[in-house]
Every structure is written in structure tokens, then in C-alpha cells.
Write a protein of this length. Structure first.
Length: 199
């Protein structure tokens, strides 16, 4: 019997092959997992951006058509860097609603108050609030900036509401702000038709 047969693997060769296979399997699985994470992030970011863009388009229409309230109140109410409330007929029912957009954490919310009673009143108890966009990263940056006729920033918009002619909406969208890539920026200037001085 000949025990010097050279066919087959030695124990060391087998361990080297198993080690190489294990390393390749680990690297392949990491590559696949990172690919799925990247794809998932891309889909979530795209959806969040599309939603925010639709909301901004709606905001443009509503703010542009702002008008005095059913009680005769001035068309702009709360004007701050993270909140804007105004009066507008947002549902085309010939009644002027009080609309408020505001940042709440990483959410953009919209509330509406329908006027009720005789004479018409805007009761806070009737306010209906909904989240209209998520993943808004405006905690350190103003969502709303206000300008006068000369397009100069109004430093104290709450005290100078009657001087506001243009509103800049600047929303930063990012599903994962703690990691790259950078925020997607939605930036729009809105002229309020009923306050235009150049007509």
C-alpha cells in the first residue's frame, strides 16, 4: 500500500481555503447590505423631497392668495422664523380660513381654522392640524424670511407685519441629517398679490 498519494488537500491548505472563502463571503455580504442601505436611503430621501416640494407648491398658492379675514383682520397674523399664519380661501368655498404653517422638530405642520358662528369667528378649539412634510432639517435655520417692498429683510416681522411684501420659504430636507449627503434645499420667494405695490 502506498501512503505517499499526493491527491487531496492537507489540513493547512483546507484551513487557508476556508479562511479565504470566509473573508470573501463577509466582504460580499457587507457590500450587499451597504447597497441595500444606500438604495433605501435614496428612496426615502426622494420621497421626502417630493412630498416637501408638493407642500411648497401648495404653500405658494395659498400664501399668494392671502387676504383679510372674514372679520376684517389683516391678512398676515403670526410671522416668525419658524411659523407663518395668514388668511386665505384654501378650499375654494368662499370662506376665508386661517392657515398656519410651522416647524415642529423635524416636521412641517399645517393647521386650518374654519370660521364659525354669526358673526364669524376663528376659534382655536376648531383648529385642525396635520403633518404635511417630514424630515425637515430647519432647527438651526429660518424656514420663513420676510422682506419689504425694497426686498430688504424685515428684522422684526412680528412688529412690522404691514411692511411685508415678500416671503421666502426655505426648507431643508434630509432623511438622515447625521450623515452625508447634505440637505436638499427647497427655496421659494412668494409675493402676496393683495399686498403688491406695483399694480
Amino acid at each position: 500500500m502506498n501512503f505517499n498519494n499526493k491527491n487531496g488537500f492537507t489540513l493547512i491548505e483546507l484551513l487557508v481555503y476556508v479562511l479565504i472563502f470566509s473573508i470573501l463571503a463577509f466582504l460580499s455580504s457587507e457590500f450587499i447590505v451597504k447597497g441595500f442601505r444606500t438604495t433605501t436611503y435614496g428612496i426615502e430621501q426622494d420621497e421626502a423631497t417630493r412630498t416637501a416640494r408638493r407642500v411648497v407648491d401648495t404653500m405658494i398658492l395659498e400664501i399668494r392668495e392671502a387676504q383679510g379675514s372674514s372679520q376684517g383682520d389683516y391678512l398676515l397674523q403670526d410671522v416668525s422664523p419658524q411659523s407663518l399664519s395668514f388668511f386665505s380661501d384654501v378650499d375654494s368655498d368662499n370662506e376665508i380660513e386661517k392657515v398656519r404653517y410651522f416647524i415642529d422638530g423635524d416636521l412641517l405642520k399645517r393647521s386650518i381654522i374654519q370660521p364659525t358662528g354669526n358673526p364669524l369667528e376663528y376659534l382655536v378649539d376648531d383648529e385642525i392640524t396635520e403633518t404635511v412634510a417630514e424630515h425637515i432639517n430647519n432647527q438651526a435655520l429660518d424656514a420663513f424670511t420676510y422682506f419689504d417692498t425694497n426686498q430688504t429683510i424685515i428684522v422684526n416681522p412680528g412688529g412690522d407685519r404691514d411692511k411685508i411684501r415678500l416671503i421666502n420659504v426655505n426648507l431643508l430636507v434630509n432623511v438622515t441629517p447625521e450623515i452625508m449627503p447634505a440637505d436638499y434645499i427647497l427655496d421659494m420667494d412668494i409675493h402676496i398679490r393683495n399686498l403688491k405695490d406695483n399694480l
